[in-house]
Design a protein around this ligand. Structure first.
Ligand code: FAD
Length: 164
């Protein structure tokens, strides 16, 4: 049985991760994205063991993400100033430090983990009406929806944050 209805605005990494986590613990989730496809800002990212672990826990395929790196900081003369030391059990489980990968590759893995019907593209949130025990949502395409909880994951110029 559903624990309640959550509407998440914005299918960036924040929104996708929130959706996957909430689905896993039994909420009925809809993820609304204004664009007609999920688009990665930027090219690369470095994933350290903690986010690798979280991604796996929320159902994202983290197999063969790439080769874990060992991290050193050197001065211009090549002298090692610092080495990032990881606990032995982390080294054993994750093979080292961060994995560098293309952002769109990770976005695709997160999209693949979303159950069908959760992501609704072409839905730009333009209105929010707080009704106390629920929230009404208005979209630019004329559609309306409602939810028990609204999560704003709509980026740096968040409409949800402005409304609050
Ligand atoms: C040009 C650029 C390059 C970058 N390069 C890198 C990089 O190489 N490596 C790195 O780690 N980080 C990079 N970043 C930072 C990274 O993109 C952000 O930290 C990350 O995307 C934030 O994730 P988020 O889910 O919070 O928000 P966002 O990724 O911004 O996602 C917000 C989503 O909400 C949607 N949205 C917004 N308003 C509405 C609305 N009203 N209704 C419905 N949907 C809405 C947007 O279309 C978007 O899909 C870069 C950022 C930029 C701008």
């Amino acid at each position: 049985m559903s624990k309640g209805k959550i509407a998440i605005i914005g299918a960036g990494p924040g929104g996708m991760a929130a959706a996957l986590a909430a689905i896993r613990v039994g909420f009925d989730v809809t993820l609304f994205e204004r664009m007609t496809e999920v688009h990665a800002a930027g090219n690369i990212l470095n994933l350290w063991p903690p986010p690798q672990k979280v991604l796996k826990l929320i159902g994202v395929d983290t197999d063969d993400l790439g080769a874990p790196c060992k991290v050193f900081f050197k001065n211009p003369q090549g002298h090692v100033r610092a080495e990032v030391m990881l606990p032995a059990e982390v080294e054993r489980e994750y093979g080292g430090g961060f994995i560098g990968l293309l952002r769109r590759g990770l976005y695709q893995r997160m999209l693949d983990a979303l159950p069908p019907g959760v992501l609704r593209l072409g839905h730009e949130l333009t209105g929010i009406e707080d009704r106390g025990d629920s929230v009404m949502l208005q979209f630019a395409n004329g559609e309306r929806d409602d939810a028990d909880v609204l999560i704003g994951a709509d980026g740096i110029n968040s409409f949800v944050r402005r409304h609050l």
